[in-house]
Design a protein around this ligand. Structure first.
Ligand SMILES: [Zn+2]
Length: 148
């Protein structure tokens, strides 16, 4: 006797109809996945919960694992592997992680390098030029604090 699982849902799959072929005497069902794919699955894989999607589910899990890995390496909102020796010309000073400030008493122009690691900010101050702050400040901070 064939078990009728027509229209039953198994994870993302909905069994539609049994196909003519069998596998080890078990019925193979034609299923439609939520993503739109259609696959044939041996009934026991469905009822046991081994097969819950056309494969898209596993793919998504793999991808989110990858993303989590990527996120853990993020510094200043960009991934560390994207760091290069070339300064990024996207800040007001022309150097990423460098800002201008004025000394409190004599109001002299100085540059401060900073870096944010896991929400914590580190500084190196007192540079006379933005370039100096970048190469001797920011790069030093990267060396010190970037996760290896
Ligand atoms: Zn799918």
């Amino acid at each position: 006797m064939k078990k009728n699982i027509s229209n039953q849902r198994f994870g993302r799959l909905v069994a539609v109809y049994p196909i003519d072929k069998t596998y080890q005497n078990k019925t193979i069902w034609h299923c439609v996945c939520d993503c739109g794919n259609e696959i044939d699955v041996v009934i026991s894989y469905l009822t046991s919960g081994d097969t819950k999607s056309c494969g898209c589910l596993k793919q998504e899990i793999d991808q989110s694992n990858l993303r989590a890995k990527y996120d853990s390496k993020r510094v200043d909102g960009i991934a560390t592997q994207l760091f290069s020796d070339k300064p990024r010309k996207d800040s007001s000073t022309g150097y990423r992680g460098v800002c201008k400030y004025y000394t409190r008493t004599s109001k002299q122009e100085r540059y401060r390098a900073w870096i944010t690691i896991k929400g914590k900010r580190y500084f190196k101050s007192g540079f006379l030029t933005a370039e100096d702050a970048y190469y001797n400040g920011r790069k030093e901070l990267e060396k010190l604090y970037l996760p290896k």
